[in-house]
Design a protein around this ligand. Structure first.
Ligand SMILES: [Fe+2]
Ligand SMILES: [Fe+2]
Length: 376
């Protein structure tokens, strides 16, 4: 691996997404990256995807009905409190990759690659919106969010590079398959992924604050500021949805919201349960963690969604567990090339998902203004 001539500037200091990506591209040219990129390319149901949408429809949004909150949020993001934060400093402890327990190493690398891909997926979508739009409010917001995601992805790549790996971001942009989502689905999915991202990072951060002996890698020390960025991104999507009450109030859209809540929660549950060694090293029970993250995300999403999932319902947890088992069997069947077992596992997984969807939702009145501050 050639690590000569490191670039002078770091993605953490980039003030625009273009600058951040140019720095990342310069780094890509220097490092051998085949393995990490291959993992990030895998398009299974559970891995982070890349999205595209109807950018003209998004560009037509008028934020004047939420102008006061909007301007405050944008000013906060423009002030850029996290500029320069996402890079290694004296708090970055040495990581002994060589002697890391192999199972943990494998799962942790998988965690870093999928997190990096998810960050970058947000970056690409936001950057594209900024590039295609003419609406000043919208392009400004998306430029700021893309800037943050480029820094997040760049920082994870710093961590991966120590293990001899790197996700080649330029290559991913060109080669990964894009899934088209109508703008309203982008709002639901992206809003939720930003808020659940906040809940996930802050839960780990608070847990490790109380149990520093479980902090097996320094990147977790950066999670607090990190999740505050995700929190602001979620706030922006809440405001975007607030501009059009139909998006959260019509009967059909409420069903869609329920669908997205169920899909996002169950995907997280299944994906996290694929990493037992990782959670053991953190000293976190993945069932406790999932419940904690769902509770926080539900509480936050009450700012804009008129329904939350009833995660205390007697059917919720056992069905998630059955879904997780079906998923393990599905992966086995695919690996052993057993088509009948594969279909059977898929049917079981689908039945579990429908059963989760049919649990009656909790309803509540949405507040007149959406804005929240990160409080966990
Ligand atoms: Fe991010
Ligand atoms: Fe984000």
């Amino acid at each position: 691996m050639n690590v000569q001539n490191p670039p002078q500037k770091h993605t953490a200091d980039a003030t625009t997404v273009e600058e951040g990506l140019a720095i990342a591209e310069a780094q890509d040219k220097q490092y051998n990256d085949e393995m990490a990129t291959e993992t990030a390319m895998a398009n299974t149901l559970l891995t982070p995807r890349f999205y595209t949408t109807d950018f003209d429809e998004l560009d037509a949004i008028d934020v004047s009905s939420v102008r006061e909150d909007w301007d405050k949020l944008i000013a906060q993001m423009e002030a850029d409190p996290n500029k320069g934060h996402f890079k290694k400093n004296e708090d970055w402890d040495h990581v002994d990759w060589e002697n890391m327990e192999p199972e943990l190493k494998k799962e942790f690398i998988d965690f870093l690659i999928s997190s990096c891909t998810a960050e970058f997926s947000g970056c690409v979508l936001y950057k594209e919106m900024k590039r295609r739009g003419n609406n000043k409010d919208i392009t400004q917001l998306f430029q700021l969010m893309a800037r943050d995601e480029a820094r997040h992805a760049g920082f994870i790549n710093d961590a991966l590079r120590e293990a001899g790996l790197r996700v080649n971001l330029g290559f991913l942009t060109q080669k990964k398959k894009y899934t088209y989502f109508r703008p309203k689905f982008i709002y639901y999915a992206t809003y939720l992924s930003e808020k659940i991202g906040y809940a996930r990072y802050i839960t780990i951060f608070r847990h490790l604050e109380a149990h520093p002996e479980h902090r097996f890698h320094p990147i977790f020390k950066w999670f607090e500021e990190w999740c505050n960025d995700e929190f602001s991104h979620g706030e922006a999507f809440a405001l975007l949805m607030k501009t059009d009450p139909k998006l959260t109030e019509s009967f059909t859209n409420k069903l869609w919201i329920k669908f997205f809540l169920t899909a996002v929660y169950s995907t997280m549950y299944v994906r996290d349960h694929q990493r037992p060694a990782f959670h053991k090293a953190l000293g976190v029970d993945p069932d406790w963690y999932a419940h904690e993250v769902f509770t926080k995300t539900s509480k936050l999403s009450e700012q804009i969604f008129p329904i939350t999932l009833d995660i205390e319902h007697p059917r919720w947890q056992p069905t998630l567990e059955a879904l997780q088992r079906a998923n393990v069997d599905l992966a086995d069947a695919v690996e052993q090339k057993k088509p009948l077992r594969k279909i059977w596992a898929q049917m079981r997984a689908a039945r579990c998902f429908v059963s989760l969807l049919l649990i009656p939702a909790n309803r509540h009145t949405v507040p007149a203004t959406t804005r929240l501050e990160p409080a966990y």
